[in-house]
Design a protein around this ligand. Sequence first.
Ligand code: COA
Length: 315
Amino acid sequence: MKIIGTGSSLPKKVVTNDMLSEFLDTSDEWIVPRTGIHSRHVISDEEIWELGADAARKALEMAGKKPEDIDYFICSNVVTEYMTPGLSCVISSMIGLSCPCIDINCACPGFIFALDIAETHFKAGAVKNVLIVCAEEPTRMTSWQDRSTCVLFGDGAGAVVLTEGCNIKGIKLHSEPDPTKIWQKRRLMPTPYITKEEEDVPLQMKGREVFRFAVQASTTQVEALLGEIGMDKSEVSYYMVHQANLRIINAIKQYLGEPDEKFPTNIADHGNSSSASCTILLDECNRKGMFKEGDVLVFSAFGAGLLSGAAVVEW
Ligand code: COA
């Protein structure tokens, strides 16, 4: 398969670190050196499905495809107001898709898990064109009184259109299941039979352990994947790393011994937008004209689960 269209969409509200310090015991001086984040786009009166639909329309337009050309739609999303139907159905109804659609919840590496599902369908000869939308609003998962989490996140959506081709050189997925490192819980509807205590818990995260997992999982997977497909790092044009924290990206860069210019970032004015992060970065770089045919992009993302994934894609 091959990427032939990209799109992205961001909420209009931009929240700077100084705006956060108006109601939180935090500061630009604390946030920037530890995360690289200066500001983030935050959902206010938009709906996440509007952003997802907007990103999808832009990707379809770039790909020169109509909704009826799409055979399968995968939507990556952690949380939305709709428990059912899936966000994929809501977005399908907005953009006029009638193909099968599924939602996946693989947190930040969701885009790479979606690529893997798409590749399986292409290899089976079951599809000609696939749409992936990663639409996330992690700012609705955190407590805005918790300075250790809410400063890290931003919202948005990114999309790609895939068609037949041999441009995915390899994908590697990894799981270290542990729901105590990053998690959030919501209360479900009560019933006469539920006697246990249930509560709404905003996003909880063991920041330092997640940091270590991110660097270790990313570097190990990228090196293993490149080794498996017989590719040298010198052949890689860009590392499209999940925009969670600039220090994580810098640690990965240092470990791999690769130069700054191979690591595009947008974390400074986006924050961590979970699975949307890699797709928004991809679209922004693509629309700047950074990629030329034959370029090799290495995607690497990690997050709740704990899950991580890497993919090598030829442009
Ligand atoms: N502003 C000011 N102080 C803050 C703060 C904030 N936004 N957040 C935390 N602090 C304080 C803590 O309360 C703590 O204070 P204390 O020493 O008085 O208890 C101190 O800063 C150090 O906190 P700690 O959590 O140890 O900081 P850290 O250096 O580990 O940095 C993260 C915290 C979250 C930035 C860092 O662990 C990280 O980036 N982890 C990865 C998170 C991530 O990317 N998750 C998503 C992956 S998909």
